[in-house]
Design a protein around this ligand. Structure first.
Ligand code: IMP
Length: 202
């Protein structure tokens, strides 16, 4: 049984393969197919964007697909950057230190200091246009008083995780995967497919 994981990110694919390792499912990334133009992520929620991406790639490849959408919600900024996490601050803030500076400036302007925040991951499993399964994972934390650590990616250096008293960028890759929003969502998918492998037609 083949399942397309709708990502070109090799790190994500490796992490997801690790979670699914005991299932008899061949996980392939988008790299296994001729290049397909990316869809516009027009949804207003993570779940909508995950569904939209999964249906888009599954209908174009003819293979069941799982897609995820993720991002950071900062309570002191009304949930920003949210679904706009990847493009927050526009083209001038393409690098993350610039996005961090915008976040600290906006938090200061609102006297929000060290705001509570969470990473969210929504995933959707589909076969063509048909939705098979959805899951969501979250990890709760705070915005660190300053960026710390050089592991991980994206907003990890400013996400302080209280149980470890470290930012996610200071955790090892395996430890992060064990607690992260994405790890949780894909472990839910794993548990669903362990019980319902028949949804992935042979
Ligand atoms: P996408 O769902 O891969 O498009 O990711 C959306 C954006 O959310 C990423 O580009 C990052 O900015 C942010 N993001 C999602 N997950 C993480 C994470 O685990 N650490 C840091 N940033 C993340």
């Amino acid at each position: 049984m083949r399942l397309l994981v709708a990502t070109t990110n090799r790190n994500k694919l490796r992490e997801i393969r690790g979670i699914m390792a005991d299932l008899a499912i061949e996980l392939v990334g988008l790299d296994a197919y001729p290049a397909i133009a990316e869809p516009d992520e027009t949804g207003s929620t993570f779940a909508e964007n995950a569904r939209l991406k999964a249906v888009y790639y599954s209908t174009r490849t003819g293979v069941p697909a799982v897609a995820e959408d993720s991002g950071l919600e900062i309570d002191g900024l009304g949930g920003e950057p949210g679904v706009h996490s990847a493009r927050y601050g526009g083209p001038e803030a393409a690098e993350y230190p610039k996005k961090f500076a915008i976040i600290y400036e906006r938090l200061r302007a609102r006297n929000a200091g060290s705001s509570s925040a969470r990473f969210v991951c929504a995933l959707a499993l589909v076969d063509g246009p048909g939705l098979l399964f959805e899951a969501r994972g979250t990890i709760e934390g705070r915005i660190a008083d300053a960026p710390r650590g050089d592991g991980g990616f994206g907003y990890d250096p400013i996400f302080y995780f209280p149980p470890r008293r470290l930012t996610l960028a200071q955790l090892g890759e395996d430890e992060k995967a064990g607690v992260s929003h994405r790890g949780q969502a894909f472990r839910r998918l794993h548990d669903y497919l362990r019980v319902h492998p028949e949804v992935l037609r042979p």
